[in-house]
Design a protein around this ligand. Structure first.
Ligand code: CMC
Length: 377
């Protein structure tokens, strides 16, 4: 048996859903490059594509869009549970708690009943969006807002979160950001979802576990930490010194590095382009973006000196700066990752259930053998 810390380089299963081409800085969803999808598609179309395995025709897209709308409203017991949670709970923890309430709403289905699981996925995608927005409103002391039937999935999310219809350009950029976050082959949260689902547990349990995995700072939680760093740095002229000190202390700079990418993460490239466009169109200075640009340049320069030029910005480096620019609070950044990634998690579970085998790796035991038992006296 071979051993690989963090399962690096271990092929755990096959998938047709997405592939990270780490050497080339390319990401594909079912063979289509993320750049093409980000430029031309929509949340509804890409979610259909990932879950169903084919691009929708106009009538399929329209009924999928309607289905997502149909599931926006929370049942009263879920809303009651939401209102009973402490307002200072981290939203990622609140989401896990609320998904526990959603589990008993999942209709029982045969493991290979793909259509039934896609229906559950549509329910979870929509419910999660409403939950994320309403949890945020409640934390900010705002009343829960009734859902409406108009607007696309991501625009409606922004409407719920911010209490007004989003500006068309911002809504488009936000939709692109969500497409970029939708899937990423066997990342930690997807793997967590797969492990849970491999026991034939509920799809909702797998999504809840994935949310737990995503919350950590080495994974989705990094987007929040990047802004913690920008806020601690305070101004662009202090960024270089801050980074040099962090690297000297062998600290990690959040939003940099990746297990698979050995060059620029294509998602980071697109998010940076969005930020550049927003900066060009704006009359006010975006201090966070300016600090991060300095952090970026210092990191690239320093890492090349240390022969670590394989460490580049990942998706989390620029995403928070974009979310802040459009008025979203830092604490809500990681839930936004979940808002999109729930599509990937569900797609992977459904694909895996077509030919399931429980995950059960081996451990290399390094403890003692034959220790005599000593009874407590
Ligand atoms: N800043 C400084 N040094 C780094 C960084 C960083 N962000 N990332 C990796 N390194 C160094 C690391 O210290 C190590 O050096 P050495 O060989 O001297 O010990 C070397 O690069 C290899 O790093 P590693 O931690 O062994 O790599 P890994 O594949 O186990 O971890 C990672 C990948 C993403 C967890 C790691 O790069 C990291 O902690 N980055 C910061 C957190 C972050 O941005 N996470 C988001 C990841 S992308 C989106 C997502 O998955 O959610």
């Amino acid at each position: 048996m071979t051993f690989s810390k963090g399962l690096a380089g271990v092929v755990a299963d096959t998938t047709q859903i997405s592939q990270v081409q780490g050497e080339d800085g390319r990401l594909i969803y079912r063979g289509i490059s993320i750049d093409e999808l980000a430029n031309q598609s929509s949340f509804e179309e890409v979610s259909y594509f990932l879950l169903k395995g084919k691009l929708p025709n106009p009538s399929e897209l329209s009924s999928w869009t309607d289905k997502l709308k149909k599931y926006r409203k929370l049942d009263s017991d879920v809303e009651k549970a939401l209102l009973s949670l402490p307002t200072d709970m981290h939203p990622m923890v609140a989401l896990q708690a609320l998904l526990a309430v959603l589990i008993h709403k999942e209709k029982p289905a045969q493991l290979k009943d793909k259509e039934a699981h896609i229906e559950t996925s549509a329910f979870l995608i929509s419910q999660l969006a409403t939950l994320i927005a309403q949890v945020s409103r409640r934390r900010r002391g705002l009343p829960l807002l009734p859902v409406k039937d108009s607007l696309s999935h991501t625009s409606h999310f922004l409407y719920l979160l911010q209490g007004k219809d989003p500006d068309t350009k911002i809504a488009h950029f936000f939709d692109v950001a969500m497409i970029l976050h939708m899937d990423h082959d066997f990342n930690a949260s997807t793997f967590a979802a797969r492990v849970i689902a491999s026991t034939e547990a509920h799809l909702t349990s797998a999504i809840s576990g994935a949310i737990g995995a995503l919350s950590g700072p080495l994974h989705g939680g990094a987007n929040e930490r990047v802004l913690d760093m920008a806020d601690a740095i305070k101004s662009p002229d202090k960024a270089s010194a801050w980074i040099l000190e962090t690297l000297q202390k062998k600290g990690k700079v959040m939003g940099f590095g990746h297990r698979v990418y050995r060059t620029l993460d294509p998602r980071a490239k697109i998010l940076k382009e969005i930020l550049d466009t927003l900066a060009k169109d704006s009359k006010t200075q975006d201090v966070t973006f300016d600090i991060l640009k300095k952090v970026h340049d210092t990191m690239i320069e320093e890492l090349s000196k240390k022969e670590k030029d394989y460490i580049w910005p990942n998706v989390d480096f620029w995403s928070g700066s974009f979310y802040r620019n459009i008025g979203i609070e830092k604490i809500d950044f990681t839930p936004l990752f979940a808002l999109a990634r729930v599509v990937g998690w569900s797609s992977h579970v459904i694909e895996m259930w077509e030919d399931n085998r429980i995950y059960r790796p081996a451990a290399e035991y390094v403890g003692p053998d034959h220790v005599p038992y000593a009874k407590v006296k």
